[in-house]
Design a binder for this molecule. Structure first.
Ligand code: DX5
Ligand code: ZN
Length: 223
């Protein structure tokens, strides 16, 4: 299923509740929450209290993307705060298997993310245990960067492996997704599309979400 996930990194944080509910009304399928620790990536964003406050104000599905060095220490806390899906990076310092186990024990969904220079094969051993693979199509840390089309073969390789094993794992792309680049990512096999600046910069969120969806739908993956 095709899903559009607005990234609140580009929203007006002084009006977080209004921004999230506007995106929900606009047809967003989930809300992407970027957590950065100033160590795993050279930027700080938001943490547990913001997720907990948001949870009290919305029933939106919260797709939490941890760009932090020690996801094992925090994954459960993000679930307690209200995350519906916790995605962490294979390049972090935490043990991958232990972190997957910690998230799965909560009963919530688990995702694995790879930075642009990390090969697709790193996630293959875990595909049966996870709900989502997140392929970064920019170097993580900042919104508003340019999509890297050379990563499409990696997206395709992961999609092929998911399909070959008959799994229903979602394949999410994050970074530089707009009305043009979403077509390339969809053709390569992605089905969940994070968009920050391309959505929150628009005056009409509904029109912006619909446009993205239409472009993705018009570019389906052929295996
Ligand atoms: C970047 C974050 C992204 C970011 C995407 O490290 O993971 O989710 O918000 O922003 P855009 O869509 O503007 O590239
Ligand atoms: Zn993200």
């Amino acid at each position: 299923m095709l899903k559009i996930a607005p990234s609140i990194l580009s929203c007006d944080f002084a009006n977080l509740e209004a921004e999230v509910s506007a995106m929900q009304r606009a047809g967003a399928d989930m809300i992407h929450v970027d957590v950065m620790d100033g160590h795993f990536v050279p930027n700080l964003s938001l943490g547990l209290p913001v997720v907990a406050s948001l949870r009290r104000k919305t029933d939106a599905f919260l797709d939490v993307h941890l760009m932090i060095s020690s996801p094992l220490s925090y994954a459960e806390k993000f679930v307690e705060a209200g995350a519906d899906l916790v995605t962490f990076h294979v390049e972090s310092e935490s043990d991958i298997q232990q972190t997957i186990d910690a998230i799965r024990q909560t009963g919530k969904r688990c995702g694995l993310s790879v930075k642009p220079d990390t090969p697709a094969e790193v996630v293959f051993p875990y595909l049966e245990q996870i709900d989502l693979v997140l392929v970064m199509t920019v170097e993580p840390g900042f919104g508003g960067q340019k999509f890297r089309p050379e990563l499409c073969p990696k997206i395709r390789a992961i999609r092929q492996e998911i399909d070959r094993r008959g799994l229903s794992v979602d394949l999410e792309v994050d970074g530089g997704i707009d009305n043009q680049t979403i077509s390339q990512a969809a053709q390569a096999g992605a089905n969940v599309f994070v968009a920050g600046s391309a959505l929150f910069s628009q005056p009409d969120y509904r029109e912006a979400v619909e446009k993205l969806r239409t472009h993705a739908q018009g570019s389906s993956y052929i295996g």
